[in-house]
Structure formats: C-alpha cells, structure tokens
Design a protein around this ligand. Sequence first.
Ligand code: SAM
Length: 257
Amino acid sequence: MSDENKSIHEFDFNLICEYFSSVERQGPGSPEVTIKALSFIDSLAEKSRIADIGCGTGGQTMVLAQNTPGSITGVDLFPAFVDQFNANAARLNLQDRVKGITGSMDSLPFQDVELDLIWSEGAIYNIGFERGLNEWRRFLKPGGCIAVTESSWFTDERPDEIQAFWHDAYPEINTIPAKVAQMQKAGYVPVATFVLPENCWTEHFYAPQVAAREAFLKKHAGNKIAEEFISNQRHETQLYNKYKAYYGYVFYIGKKI
Ligand code: SAM
C-alpha cells in the first residue's frame, strides 16, 4: 500500500512500531528489576507455564527465561514485534521454551487455570490495570502469581502540568496504595510492591532512544508525522526529568487466592 492510501492512524502506527522496534525495550525497566520482581515468586519448575502479556520485542522476556525454568508465551498485538521477539529467542537459543504469538490482551488464547505466572511490563495500561487484573485472573492456577508494572503517582498532590499530561495519557494512573487496594479487590494477595529506580527510565529506556531518534528522523526527513511523533517523545522525556519526584513505574506482584 502506498503511503498516500494509508489513514493517518495506520501510518502513525507503522511508524511507531518501526521506531520502537529499533530499541531493545519499548517501556521503562531493566534486567535487574525483572530479576528482583522474579525473586518474590517461588515454586516455578520446568513444567511451569508463564505468559508475558504485551511482551513487545521481548527485552524482559529473555531475562525472565534466563532466570527461571518453565515455558513462556509472549503475546503482543503487533506482528512486527512478535517476529523480532522470536528472532531474539532463537538468537539466545531459547526457542524451545520461549514463543511469541500475535494476539490481544483482551482476548487471550489461554485456558482457565492454565498459567503459573502472568508477567506484564509496561503494558497492562492498554486495557487498564483493574480490568487486566480482573480479566486475566481466571487464567492463573490457584496460588499462581501476577507481576505487572504500572505508572503510579508517588504523592497525593502534584503540579498541574504533569497532572494534565497523565489525565490525558492514562487517567487510570493512581497512587500506590490505591493500586494495591485494587489488586486485593481483584482477588490477589499483594505480595510485593516496589518503585522502579530512575535508571529504568534514563539509562534503559530514554538513552537508547537518542540514537534511534536521529536515525529515524534521518530516514523520514521531511515527514511531518514522523517529526511530530519524535517531538512528542522528546516532550515526554523532558516531563519525566522535570517531574520524576511525582510519578514513575511500580512493580505490583500478587498471588491468586
Ligand atoms: N513489555 C515490553 C517492554 O517493557 O519493553 C513492551 C512495553 S510497550 C510500552 C507496550 C506493549 O503493549 C507494546 O509492545 C504494544 O504492542 C503492546 N500492546 C498494546 N496493546 C496491546 C493489546 N491490546 N494486546 C497485546 N499487546 C498490546
């Protein structure tokens, strides 16, 4: 299809995928934090079934696979990410127990009580934290765990500029105690909660984007949509640097009862 025949959304969407395919992570996080979250989950074995929902190209999935037994199914909406995910698994010789599939988190291809662990870094916001916790619960075995990262407020009050940004981007953002209460209400014991350190944003998410942005702008020189997209990304980075005392990502780990 030529670019002229694409809707703006479709064009945007392809550009966004292309941009984020060029970096290892599509959201804030780090190998250390994935391993720390994993330390709260016990009794995984070779036969354990794990799902990584909204896995992207699999930055965190490969770390999970290298630090736990069991087989992992990564699910992502975007086929290009899934292709890259499977290539990464093969490159690391993990293809026998790590598979990526295209699918949506609102209609997951799992059976009831099939899974020992549900993982989701920086992705549950796509259907909303509460909805995801409630809808995905049935796929877990009793005693199975869920571990997700979610943007959260660190304080009860915050400056108008950042409040307005998040109100627009993800109105479900809330404080840590509010999110923990939602987890408990959804039928999980809140096992652990911790704030992702700043380097998950600066070093692991934003820094690799500096070179990615330059290459992307060079490739799409003169493309207004591409330029606008990059300027939005830059704006988000600036907001984070200015307001990081007020919000960030938090790992929420719960156990199904
Ligand atoms: N987990 C990865 C990471 O931390 O690098 C990716 C996080 S990225 C911020 C969010 C991911 O959710 C993207 O890979 C996107 O394609 C995926 N996504 C968005 N909507 C989805 C849906 N309805 N079902 C499954 N995945 C979805």
